[in-house]
Design a protein around this ligand. Structure first.
Ligand code: ADP
Ligand code: AMP
Length: 239
């Protein structure tokens, strides 16, 4: 079975909270689980913005903005950026008009504090998180994925040297930009990020399970199969 069957209680809770035209979704999972890869595809199909805090911070770092300087040292070491910085950035982003259609969050929230702040922000807007899709992937597979990940310096598209290689080596299929290896995809930072995930982020699984809005997905399958599983879940929620 490629995913935990949605239990009736989950569906009832999710449906009770729904606002179908405005889906507020979170893609959750350890670093390297495939959140960004799936978020890009799903958000495009649903016509909602894909909001990745990691992408926002990398962009700020590349542009050498004040925010970029502040976050880069945490990112390169595999540490979390402090909550106060993260929630400020997310709050600003959620105020933008494209988020009125709903959104797909990737890489946020990463601490219980962030999740509580998100709930408060949405409450003020009379909205709620509709579903949290939890991508479950084993540690060996995570390391395989992260150590061979390559990212486009220009548009941020994500590749894998073996599982999702670009058509032309070292170049982005979408924009022709140069592909690079993230500083935090090196061995020491990967280890640190996995530890940080277990200590600070994994507890959110219980936070969202208690609310009845968490759905587990087997993320060890191929990119296409995982995408199908997520689509099936979203369809079940909608029907
Ligand atoms: P995250 O956003 O969770 O850190 P990414 O989406 O960047 O993860 O994926 C990590 C790496 O694994 C990338 O190189 C990506 O191409 C690759 N990848 C993503 N999903 C899969 C999958 N289902 N099977 C194999 N490789 C994958
Ligand atoms: P990601 O692209 O999601 O793997 O994030 C890359 C890095 O950005 C993380 O290792 C953190 O340093 C930082 N980061 C991204 N999102 C958050 C968040 N929600 N809270 C704290 N740090 C974050």
């Amino acid at each position: 079975m490629w995913m935990r069957k949605l239990e009736r209680s989950d569906l009832t809770t999710i449906k009770a909270k729904k606002g179908w035209l405005k889906m507020h979704l979170i893609l959750f999972g350890p670093p390297g689980a495939g959140k960004g890869t799936q978020a890009e595809r799903i958000a495009k199909k649903m016509g909602i913005p894909h909001i990745s805090t990691g992408d926002m911070f990398r962009e700020a770092a590349a542009k050498k903005t004040e925010l970029g300087f502040k976050v880069k040292e945490y990112m390169d070491k595999g540490e979390l950026v402090p909550d106060d910085i993260v929630v400020r950035v997310v709050e600003e982003r959620l105020k933008q008009s494209d988020c009125e259609k709903g959104f797909l969050l990737d890489g946020f929230p990463r601490t219980v504090f962030q999740a509580e702040v998100l709930d408060r922000i949405l409450e003020r807007l009379n909205r709620k998180v509709d579903a949290v899709i939890n991508l479950e992937v084993g540690e060996e597979e995570i390391i395989r994925r992260l150590s061979n990940r390559r990212v486009c310096r220009v548009c941020g598209a994500v590749y894998h040297l073996i599982f999702n290689p670009p058509k032309v080596q070292g170049r982005c299929d979408k924009c022709g930009g140069e592909l690079y290896q993230r500083d935090d995809d090196r061995e020491e930072a990967i280890k640190r990020r996995l530890k940080v995930y277990l200590e600070q982020t994994k507890p959110l699984i219980e936070y969202y399970r208690k609310k009845g809005i968490l759905v587990d997905v087997d993320g060890n399958k191929s990119i296409g199969e995982v995408e199908k599983s997520i689509e099936q879940i979203l369809k079940e929620i909608k029907d």
